[in-house]
Ligand binder design. Sequence first.
Ligand code: MG
Length: 341
Amino acid sequence: MSMEKMTLRFRPYDLKMKHTFTIAGSSRTMTPAVLTEIEYDGIVGYGEASMPPYLGETTESVQSFLRKVNLDQFSSPFLIEDILSYVDRIDINNTAAKAAVDIALHDLVGKLIGQPWFRLWGLNPDDAPMTSYTIGMDTPEIVRKKTLEAPYEILKVKLGSESDKELIRTIRTVSDKPVCVDANQGWTDRNQALDMIFWLQEQGVVFIEQPMSKNNIDDIAWLTQHSPLPVIADESVQRLSDLIHLKGAFSGINIKLMKCTGMREAWKMINMARAIDMKVMLGCMTETSCAISAASQLSPAADWADLDGNVLIANDCFQGMRVENGKIKLPEAPGIGVLKC
Ligand code: MG
């Protein structure tokens, strides 16, 4: 084993959105990110933290967390469990900052072994699912335009306002692609929510993500029991330890690397979800192809993927996961499979 040490580097990088992005409660044109690198023995692994405002992390908080990370104490990058358990103990929360270390370390180790992670996990790349393309709330003209421009075969819409039905009807005037619905905790009455879900089923909707507030788990459990469509947890689930409490209350979970601290914990969550008979969706934040490609390594083990964060930005600085005919195409390159542009 070489006497080399691992070196962690990081720098802020603002992600510029192609379109103003609107979900229930907020609207934005830029998402702050921090790009990371871990170098060992001349090999560089790439990582990323992406911080949409609702996560509570900022460029400053992520950098201040990363300054505390001391990788000198580890003799080898292959000690993934030791290293990432240590990183997790440095402070509570900071999940995006932790993911930035986790992704760079996985990229590095995959490169040292010479294999992509889907292969190290034994996953079949042919099992990678279709991915969806998100249409934000907007005027009917823009919704029609974005729907027609959607590069993928499954659409995802953010509902949770007065004009939910109008948005779906607008999409249906120009497209009959399957639609995934994310209510972003926007519905408040369970009976109305159930009526809405039955209506959405008739409109060709595939599943409902986070229909009601994460604080309203009893109503969500009732909804899941009566719903003709799968009900998926997003805001209600962050990390592995949340999962056991959701059994029975949701049909499945939306795993995002920035919420769960990265690839190591995401893989554990997928395995636990399967063990308690829950569906798995892989989601993302607005991210470059770095974090998207990292998530895509897990995608053959997921039922659904919503990995379009990279196509929503104008200044992607990585090449990696591609989408062919709407289906995720995993890169053969080792690690997380990215090239820096
Ligand atoms: Mg969501």
